[in-house]
Design a protein around this ligand. Structure first.
Ligand SMILES: [Zn+2]
Length: 120
């Protein structure tokens, strides 16, 4: 299990806010099915993707693979990918931006391979 029952309850509240018609029990069951293979963030992403899809009639859809990694940053072929962070686009990689804020990556290295130990 990557997350607890308590975490699943918190996620359920968020998902139910997105799709009030979905039952708490149904959402909880789907999240529990994801708990062994997903982090809380991955489960939330996937569940929200399902919840936003009006074709998804029941919360059971949360477990469908088609809702996995449907991140707007990862549409294939539209943007170059970050060289350091899988699933992020080079120009607005969230991991690189976080590194920049921490002073561990210069702005010009966003989306490019950067070794913080490299003096250049
Ligand atoms: Zn990056």
């Amino acid at each position: 299990m990557n997350f607890s029952q308590e975490t699943a309850q918190h996620l359920t509240a968020i998902i139910q806010a997105q799709r009030p018609a979905w039952t708490i029990n149904g959402i909880m069951k789907a999240l529990q099915a994801l708990a062994h293979s997903h982090t809380p963030g991955q489960a939330l992403d996937q569940a929200l993707n399902a919840a936003k899809d009006q074709q998804a009639k029941t919360p059971a859809a949360i477990i469908f693979d088609q809702y996995r990694h449907q991140n707007r940053a990862t549409k294939p072929g539209t943007q170059p990918a970050c060289e350091d962070h899988e699933g992020e686009t080079a120009h607005n990689c969230r991991c690189c931006i976080a590194d920049e804020k921490l002073g561990q990556r210069p702005r010009e290295a966003r989306g490019k391979h950067h070794d913080p130990g490299d003096p250049k």
